[in-house]
Design a protein around this ligand. Structure first.
Ligand code: SF4
Length: 353
């Protein structure tokens, strides 16, 4: 177990019966299903059911296959399997920590910086990460923009020529059908002032089967440069299936970036970060951002102090090339945007030793 990490739930330490398989594996969406899969001990089912009343749960078959249930500190389980501590909100934790709400000119749009804006076409995800900063709004009920709402959001982009970059996020935009996603990208791409499209997604690692040839074709044929920002926090998330999905995207001409969150018990060591960023590069994914945890309710067990994060990155610098080096950033509370956190390095004096 990593230093400073809270103990794993008693539920995880208990021996579990092997899951019974009947038909194709399904996404696990409630406490009972997690117990049946051996990811939660039966005596913890009640506590996990209370977590589920507050925050969505989903563990896809692809993620389930990556989890080592016998390991109480498994870094994959820690990201996706709910924990009773989520029911406790620390005094410093806030709803909507990135302040999307106050920066939303119309439903589904967040405009925080002059030259770029977010479009959130839906709020469903393939998995529900236990540290998510939007955990109070994402969920399987979807938050899908209706036709009129989507039209109003696209109209806002059309009427806002200062915006050069449209960023699709959510939820996870790759949960949309290729047809619907293609229509949205085509509308945005046809706007002369939109120069770049970006999509943030967990799908390539958490549900790689969704990256079909049809989806790759839609993304690769968007008509404007499209960057897909893949969210992954541990090297093991790059499974063979994820690798094949990323290969399909790269072959279709999609530029791939990586974004990660610094998480206690998942990637809070130099070795884990090195392995993560090297895995990204092997899959043609350029590490882009390493985020400091946003203080959403019930996420305190994941927090790594900023000074510790800086020390980790300082130690990493000599071990990996600049290609494997993301920018370590923190969202300013209240929606002020991202601030690079360093670490700062001093160049040796010219001619110095
Ligand atoms: S996939 Fe993204 S939006 Fe969805 S729960 Fe995970 S971090 Fe949150």
């Amino acid at each position: 177990m990593p230093d400073g990490a809270p103990p794993r739930p008693a539920a995880r330490a208990a021996p579990a019966a092997p899951p019974r398989r009947a038909g194709p594996a399904r996404t696990l969406r409630d406490a009972a299903a997690l117990v049946r899969a051996g990811l939660v001990a039966p005596e913890a089912e009640g506590a996990i059911a209370r977590v589920a009343e507050r925050y969505a749960i989903a563990v896809t078959p692809a993620v389930r296959a990556l989890i080592a249930p016998a390991d109480p500190a498994d870094p994959i389980a820690r990201q996706y399997v709910p924990h009773p501590e989520e029911l406790a909100t620390a005094p410093w934790e806030v709803s909507d920590p990135t302040a999307d709400g106050p920066h939303s000119p119309v439903k589904g749009v967040v405009h925080r910086y002059p030259d770029r804006a977010l479009l959130k076409p839906l709020l469903a995800c393939p998995v529900y990460c236990r540290f998510c900063f939007r955990r109070e709004v994402v969920g399987p009920e979807g938050g899908l923009l209706g036709e009129a709402e989507l039209e109003a959001a696209l109209d806002w982009f059309a009427r806002t020529p200062a915006v050069r970059e449209a960023i699709l996020t959510g939820g996870d935009p790759l949960m949309l059908s290729p047809r619907r996603l293609g229509r949205i990208l085509a509308r945005l791409g046809a706007m002369a002032h939109i120069e770049v499209l970006r999509i943030h997604s967990r799908v390539p690692v958490a549900d790689p089967e969704r990256v079909t040839a049809a989806l790759a074709e839609v993304l690769g044929g968007a008509g404007k440069p499209l960057f897909l920002c893949v969210h992954a926090n541990h090297a093991r998330e790059f499974s063979p299936a994820a690798g094949a999905a990323l290969g399909r995207l790269a072959a279709a001409g999609v530029a791939l970036l990586g974004q990660s969150v610094l998480l206690r018990g998942v990637n809070d060591s130099v070795e884990a970060l090195e392995a993560l960023f090297r895995a990204m590069l092997r899959h043609r994914v350029k590490p882009y951002y390493l985020h400091q945890l946003d203080r959403a309710p019930g996420t305190a067990r994941f927090e790594v102090p900023v000074e510790e994060g800086r020390a980790l990155l300082r130690a990493l610098r000599g071990r990996v090339s600049g290609l494997a080096w993301p920018t370590y950033v923190q969202e300013t509370p209240g929606g002020g945007g991202k601030v690079p956190l360093g670490p700062a390095f001093e160049a040796p004096a010219p001619g110095g030793g």
